[in-house]
Write a protein that binds this ligand. Structure first.
Ligand SMILES: C[S@@+](CC[C@H](N)C(=O)[O-])C[C@H]1O[C@@H](n2cnc3c(N)ncnc32)[C@H](O)[C@@H]1O
Length: 392
């Protein structure tokens, strides 16, 4: 296999960038041509002066914040993996990590007046996220930080910029246009309009799970980045209909929890178990916390981890892992994360502990589980989904 070149060269310097977690046979670069286009634009137009204050939204692995580190950017991200990548890539390129301030996606302007005062009339860079909901939420959150002198430039691969993307900028920020394409990427320029009448931020959104507790609907709250935030995913629904129940389950993990619906329902069906919720998305973990508390308040033991898969969960300590694996990450479709989740589940499970996985039939998780656990059993299936069980 050809060795991946991890050196990013830009007019603002050359950097070695790796994705996080670091994988031996990585096939994907840690930056894209939209990062390069944006850096080139900033440099050619001399938009960055020594005293500039700079906000960067959704930098994936440091492709923007490292070359711009001397301007002491504030980076907003929802991703644990991005936070780690930016820190580790800064270290390995000899950049003082303290130059880059990383904050999470739910920090509101009111609670970050220090950030606000630094943004002033300056530069906001946005890597357009794949989810329109996330973009909408982020534009609402930054609007109070902007004024007419703020330079706002967004970037993305052309295939991720649609009319609906530009319309969101028009609706929430002001007049917007996009650049010509360069190496399959484009820039978006948006001008803040103070007089624009902007609707309220519709996030977080809520819906009722199709189950009742003591005859009352179970409402779940979903921040914008959460998987399937408009309604319960069909795979998750099928999983909930087939969740295992046993007094033997002392600790249950909802791995990649999203809004936490699986862990919440597992808690209801297994009243003796402690539940651990993990997700790499900050908004997912925050949604799970509020959904769990709204049902159980503090009457039930639970742990919530923003982490990479099962980092932070003790080995040989878990009775049951529930998992509806992601099949894309940072815009790339691959099965690395599913592999990593299954592998780490095996480590975290106690002897005879069980991993239950739901997936689209075509995803062939069966072969992976058999490879890792020696065998695996189909517990339920319908036209679209299969639920598999592997025992340690
Ligand atoms: C298909 S969604 C399932 C969400 C939820 N369990 C459900 O069934 O509705 C997969 C989840 O895995 C999370 N995820 C992706 N990569 C992860 C990682 N490396 N570590 C932890 N969670 C991750 C995503 O943020 C997403 O919430």
């Amino acid at each position: 296999m050809e060795q991946l070149d991890n050196k990013m060269s830009s007019s603002l310097g050359s950097y070695k960038l790796q994705r996080y977690p670091v994988r031996k046979k990585e096939t994907l670069r840690a930056w894209d041509s939209a990062d390069e286009y944006l850096l080139q634009y900033l440099d050619e137009n001399k938009l960055l002066q020594a005293e500039v204050s700079l906000l960067i939204i959704n930098d994936s692995f440091g492709g923007l914040s490292l070359p711009l580190s001397k301007f002491q950017p504030v980076v907003i991200t929802d991703s644990y993996l991005s936070t780690q990548a930016i820190r580790l890539n800064a270290q390995s390129n000899g950049i003082d990590e303290d130059l880059i301030t990383v904050i999470d996606s739910l920090v509101t302007p009111e609670s970050t007046l220090n950030v606000r005062s630094r943004i002033g009339n300056h530069v906001v860079l946005i890597k357009v996220p794949k989810s329109l909901a996330m973009l909408e939420d982020q534009l609402h959150r930054i609007r109070p930080l902007l004024d007419e002198s703020t330079v706002i430039v967004a970037a993305a691969m052309t295939k991720h910029i649609h009319m609906s993307t530009l319309e969101l900028f028009e609706k929430i920020i002001g007049p917007t246009k996009s650049s010509r394409a360069q190496k399959k990427s484009r820039l978006i320029f948006s001008q803040f309009d103070a007089d624009l009448s902007v609707a309220d931020n519709p996030y977080p959104k809520s819906y009722a799970l199709p189950y009742k507790l003591d005859d009352i609907d179970i409402e779940v709250k979903n921040h914008a980045a959460v998987f399937s935030q408009e309604k319960l995913d069909l795979g998750s629904r099928f999983f909930i209909e087939n969740l295992p129940v046993s007094d033997q389950y002392k600790t249950i993990v909802d791995l990649g929890c999203g809004n936490g619906a699986l862990g919440l329902m597992a808690a209801i069906k297994n009243p003796l178990a402690k539940i651990i919720f993990t997700d790499e998305s900050y908004m997912a973990v925050e949604s799970s916390i509020s959904n769990f508390l709204s049902v159980f308040d503090d009457t039930r033991e639970a742990e919530f981890l923003q982490t990479d898969c099962l980092q932070g969960v003790e080995e040989n300590s878990v009775s049951l892992v529930l998992c509806n694996p992601p099949f894309h990450q940072n815009n790339a479709i691959n099965d690395n994360v599913a592999w990593q989740m299954f592998f780490e589940a095996r480590e975290a499970l106690e002897s005879k502990g069980e991993l239950w996985v739901v997936g689209n039939r075509h995803l062939a998780y069966h072969a992976k589980l058999k490879h890792l656990f020696g065998s695996c059993e189909v517990m339920a299936s319908n036209k679209k989904f299969t639920i598999l069980k592997a025992v340690k």
